[in-house]
Design a protein around this ligand. Structure first.
Ligand code: NAD
Ligand code: TDX
Length: 333
């Protein structure tokens, strides 16, 4: 049976990866709802079949557009968010509006229409781990967010859980680790360093560079979300990760190596306020209960392909680059 999906934030990095994935691997049709903030990109949805993919420019914080679109679909996959920690430190207010009010509007609409809902969230809701902690995050780890971004994502998760419990909304949640791959905004760590190097600028590590992130390819995140949408248990939270822990320094050294530069050709810059030390995901339930497996198991190969994508798609990222670097310059990063 084919479905009509509403994908919020489908012009962003992971939302667009999911739209491409759904169109390639199912017969479902997709309506993207995206307000095209600085992070939304028309070019990320180029060359998709128009009869199966419609794009609506609109705001998840606008209850009218949300109601109209939810009334017409079988399921909603909610990616739309303000997503960058550094921006949330400079100005938290859009994060409250989009991440909290937007999720609230969608929940009220799916509640009215009895529509299946999948909420996309992050491992950052759990706070951070010590570098030597043998534990990893699981679905029962207590919430302990550090930044305005992660606090609003945690709040949005709790709204979803309350709407399941109190109103019987048919929702699942997923909390994923750090994504990489093509079409990621140049404000984020990996694309920033790649495009800096293409511009002849040395990579910039916040603080000591010992902070650890658990990397997963956006294509693997997408296949996990589709699997949860198809087979996930209502009310459940699934953690998505691919055992990709690396320190930021290791990632920068790998990028430098792949781009033909000496491994120590980087600078340390001001640390992020409240900088989480380490994230790590235990995705055993997703693998064991839903049979999901990541395809991109070789991080260095995935990184090399990502570098090639940025080399070949300067037209996509160039318009964002100068303004992004100007913002970082203001805070010594
Ligand atoms: P992104 O910033 O690249 O894209 C966000 C998209 O949402 C953009 O297209 C933007 O225009 C749209 N948007 C923002 N505000 C909106 C609004 N009010 N109404 C409609 N659309 C709006 O983000 P991303 O990295 O693709 O993240 C997508 C989702 O995945 C987010 O919910 C994020 O919390 C979650 N997540 C991201 C990561 C990661 O590593 N990037 C990891 C785990 C979870
Ligand atoms: O120039 C940089 N130098 C640097 O050392 C930048 C931009 C980042 N960093 C560090 C900060 C983090 O330790 O790299 C790490 C990754 O930074 P980001 O790309 O900003 O990601 P992070 O803060 O870990 O959050 C990401 O993963 C979880 C996404 O942006 C979130 O949306 C997601 O929820």
């Amino acid at each position: 049976m084919t479905r009509r999906l509403l994908v919020t934030g489908g012009a962003g990095f992971i939302g667009s990866a999911f739209v491409h994935h759904v169109l390639a691997h199912t017969d479902d049709s997709v309506t993207v709802l995206d307000s095209f903030t600085y992070a939304g990109h028309r070019g990320s949805l180029e060359d998709l079949p128009a009869e199966r993919c419609a794009v609506v420019v609109g705001d998840v914080a606008d209850p009218e557009v949300v109601e109209r679109l939810v009334a017409d679909v079988d399921a909603v996959v909610h990616f739309a968010a303000e997503s960058h920690n550094d921006n949330s430190l400079a100005d938290p207010s859009p994060f409250l509006r989009t991440n909290l009010m937007g999720t609230f509007n969608l929940l009220e609409a799916v509640r009215r229409h009895g529509t299946r809902f999948h909420h996309i969230s992050t491992d950052e809701v759990y706070g951070d781990l010590a570098l030597d902690d043998p534990e990893r995050f699981t679905e029962t780890t207590p919430y302990n967010p550090s930044s305005p971004y992660s606090a609003t994502k945690a709040g949005s998760d709790l709204l979803v859980r309350a709407w399941v419990r109190s109103f019987g909304v048919q929702a699942t949640l997923s909390n994923c680790s750090n994504n990489y791959g093509p079409r990621q905004h140049v404000e984020k760590f990996i694309p920033r360093q790649i495009t800096n190097l293409l511009d002849g600028i040395r990579p910039r590590l916040y603080g000591t560079g010992e902070n650890v992130r658990d990397w997963i390819h956006a294509e693997d995140h997408s296949s996990a979300v589709l699997r949860i949408l198809d087979a996930g248990e209502i009310g459940r939270t699934y953690l998505i990760g691919a055992d990709g822990e690396k320190s930021n320094r290791e990632v920068v050294e790998m990028i430098l190596g792949l781009m033909g530069r000496p491994a120590d050709d980087y600078d340390h810059v001001n640390d992020r306020a409240g900088h989480d030390l380490r994230y790590a995901i235990d995705a055993a339930p997703l693998r064991e209960e839903l049979g999901w497996r990541p395809r991109y198991r070789d991080f260095e190969a995935g990184l090399a392909a990502t570098i090639d994508w940025y080399r070949e798609n300067e037209r996509w990222w160039r318009p964002q680059k100068a303004a992004t670097e100007a913002k970082y310059q203001l805070v010594g990063q």
